[in-house]
Design a protein around this ligand. Structure first.
Ligand code: ACO
Length: 325
């Protein structure tokens, strides 16, 4: 039995924050942001929007494209590092907003690699015949944990959500294999220190701005370039494939230079890589499913193509998935 993607969808908030807007907020420039990251603008959620509302909109679009109703879904899995609150999970909030009354629901947290982890978990439930229709969502409102006085981080992140519907399909089609990895020793390189059990929310943590993302950009950059390429090769090798078999690569969109560096290590042509970082910035676990939906709807991906999804993120974590479309 194969595990195939039968529908995709995405949603991004309406408000656009450009590099020129950021020039008025911190000591930066469009030139610096464009050359160092490839980002021109990003979307920002409104006060009334949260990760679950973005996720639900993306999910409705994925369900429509799969042609199934919310009641048919057996499980909702949301990958996010920016849940509406610590509990209930975003998945439960989405289940309620969709009216997916027959679905179990839980969240996955693997930072920007979250969608890769979630898709791999969902695949296992279908292979083992435990469930037959699963909604997998990557959704983030990173603007809500971004310090807009810190130029090192505030230029990088944006908000959005992408979703896919996974179902049983023909053998040899759909998700062929995956590679997942983690290195907890690098946890300190990318973290949101407060609001959890170690540093619960308090006036002190707020004063110290500990509820915002902290990052060692240089170290994350080196780790990302290394692991994106090696993970893609590892998962391809698992199914006796290599880089030459890739028709299309959908990488996590964190920095255009990281994507180009990984492409160089893989010896993969630019034309085979989907890039939308200029429009959205880094949307963490939403980056890959949003790019996947755009690539599918834009007809960049054709039937029988071999697609590789590859990402990295806080944790540290990384992962890749090989799909026969
Ligand atoms: N505008 C202008 N100058 C800036 C800005 C800015 N927005 N940000 C930093 N600078 C300055 C720095 O202060 C530094 O100045 P200094 O030399 O006087 O100290 C200078 O620019 C160079 O800084 P570098 O850190 O060397 O810049 P670099 O080329 O490494 O780019 C960046 C920084 C874009 C953050 C890069 O390191 C990067 O993309 N790293 C990966 C980040 C990432 O992918 N994070 C997400 C991971 S996924 C997840 O889980 C969320």
């Amino acid at each position: 039995m194969g595990v195939i993607i039968t529908g995709t969808g995405h949603y991004v908030p309406e408000r656009v924050l450009t590099n020129y807007d950021l020039e008025k907020m911190v000591d930066t420039s469009d030139e610096w942001i464009t050359t160092r990251t490839g980002i021109k603008e990003r979307r920002i959620a409104s006060e009334n929007e949260s990760t679950s509302t973005l996720a639900t909109k993306a999910a409705r679009r994925a369900l429509d494209s799969a042609g199934i109703s919310p009641e048919e879904i057996d499980l909702i899995l949301v990958a996010t590092a920016t849940p509406d609150m610590l509990f209930p999970s975003v998945s439960c909030l989405v289940q309620d907003q969709l009216g997916a009354i027959n679905a179990a629901a839980f969240d996955i947290e693997a930072a920007c690699t979250g969608f890769i982890y979630a898709l791999t978990i969902a695949q296992q439930f279908i292979i083992t015949d435990f469930y037959s229709k699963i909604l997998v969502i990557g959704a983030e409102t990173l603007s809500k944990i971004t310090d807009y006085t810190d130029r090192n981080t505030c230029v990088l992140f944006g908000d959005g959500a992408g979703a896919v519907v996974l179902e049983k399909g023909e053998e040899g089609k759909g998700i062929l294999t995956a590679d997942l990895g983690a290195d907890g020793t690098g946890g300190k390189l990318l973290r949101l220190p407060a609001g959890g059990s170690l540093h619960p929310a308090s006036i002190k943590t707020v004063e110290k701005r500990m509820h915002y993302t902290k990052m060692d950009g240089k170290e994350v950059f080196k780790f990302a370039a290394r692991n994106m390429a090696s993970s893609a090769i590892k998962s391809l090798n698992k199914v006796n494939m290599n880089v030459k078999d890739i028709d299309y690569l959908i990488p996590h969109q964190a920095n255009i230079r990281i994507i180009e560096n990984a492409a160089k290590r893989l010896h993969l042509e630019k034309e085979k890589i989907y890039v939308n970082i200029d429009k959205y910035g880094n949307m963490s676990s939403a980056s890959i499913p949003v790019a996947l939906d755009e690539a599918v709807k834009g007809h960049f991906i054709k039937k029988d193509d071999t697609i590789v999804l590859v990402g990295f993120g806080g944790g540290l974590t990384w992962g890749s998935i090989v799909i026969k479309w």
